[in-house]
Ligand binder design. Sequence first.
Ligand SMILES: [Zn+2]
Ligand SMILES: [Zn+2]
Length: 176
Amino acid sequence: MTCINIAPVKFSNNSFLKKIIKELNSRFRSDISLLALDLEMEQTYSEDRGQFFSSQIISLSTPLTQSVPGKILLITEVDLFVPVLTFVFGEAQLNGKHSIVSVCRLHEEFYSGISDDDLLFQRTMKEVLHELGHCFGLLHCIDWDCVMHSSQGIEEVDIKGNFYCKTCARSVDGLK
Ligand SMILES: [Zn+2]
Ligand SMILES: [Zn+2]
């Protein structure tokens, strides 16, 4: 079974991390571990955009995680971008080892100024499962109830479901 490693980078909310790991443990039979990574994130910062380049963060983590088995999901508080887009909630290597999720734009404060911890957790779990799904080889799904539906904006994160549909679930190793 493919184990899953959660690696916080510029992410300091430990109780939130524990909650994510607990939820993943309830969804997967595989081992879910916390992985400490020392990344030089400043290298990936764009002064012009005030954001961090997600693909570069993944590249930086690759040589440090060669001996780590399974999938690696980086989680960060900083805002992420790829050059063609204004921002990304996350990025993943299709059928690969690494993915990253940013909670920056999953905070309700970002939109309405009102904080909502439960909503933040629901949104984060959707994006975590979504990026992991890409690592297990899944493309975007047309089913709105499926967590593999694409979400370019926060409304689309909120509308989609928080489980893999039956078809997508078949590709994800270790699901309960
Ligand atoms: Zn996607
Ligand atoms: Zn699906």
